[in-house]
Design a protein around this ligand. Structure first.
Ligand code: ZN
Length: 207
């Protein structure tokens, strides 16, 4: 099976709408910018067929979560208009309902699975790092099996398992999704810091 980054695989019920900006949006967007600078979010003609990669999300007090819109990976600094609200998600049914200025990222269903498991998680970040991913086992990173493709109900179920074991925050390397990592935590800072920390550990191991 060929995997294609950035292609929406779930059933999406999308309505164009203007959203209310949540208080902690600035923190989320700042950390999304840091991940972009680190190359964990981006777009590269030489990788994944030139499609954008990586995304972040934030749990909303009014229900659901805010997630980066589809194919925004090439943009260094996003504005609030690049985010969309997922109001309903049923990972097992591969179904998502979203409101906002643009459709959600192709991996929003995986984010939904994380929020569904642990109420203590307020941020989820998905990044791509060949460096961390290739050394995942050596670094002792938890993994999701190579037989599980991204953006599928099977991936949502496998990720849910990991979040149950680590409900306050954690990280997983998705071996069935080239270079794919997923981190979750109580705040954007704590979540994204885990990804940055593993990048440092990877470089340290190469010294
Ligand atoms: Zn990805």
């Amino acid at each position: 099976m060929t995997e294609r980054e950035g292609i929406i695989k779930y059933r999406l019920d999308y309505t164009a709408a203007t959203l209310e900006r949540p208080e902690d949006f600035a923190e989320l967007n700042a950390w999304r910018g840091v991940l972009w600078r680190l190359g964990l979010i981006g777009q590269d003609d030489a990788r994944y067929g030139g499609l954008g990669f990586g995304n972040v999300s934030l749990r909303l007090d009014e229900g659901g979560f805010l997630v980066t819109g589809t194919q925004t990976g090439h943009i260094p600094h996003l504005s609030f208009g690049h985010y969309v609200r997922v109001v309903e998600a049923r990972p097992a049914d591969n179904y998502l309902r979203a409101l906002g200025p643009l459709p959600p990222s192709s991996e929003a269903l995986t984010h939904a699975a994380v929020y569904g498991v642990s109420p203590r998680v307020r941020c989820v970040a998905h990044g791509h790092s060949p460096e961390i991913w290739r050394q995942a086992t050596k670094l002792g990173l938890p993994t999701v099996g190579a037989d599980i493709a991204y953006g599928t109900p099977a991936m949502a179920a496998a990720v849910s398992e990991r979040v149950r074991l680590s409900p306050d925050g954690g990280i997983v390397a998705m071996l069935g999704h080239e270079d794919g990592l997923l981190a979750w935590g109580a705040t954007p800072e704590r979540t994204c810091w885990v990804l940055a920390g593993y990048l440092a550990k990877t470089w340290q191991a190469m010294e």
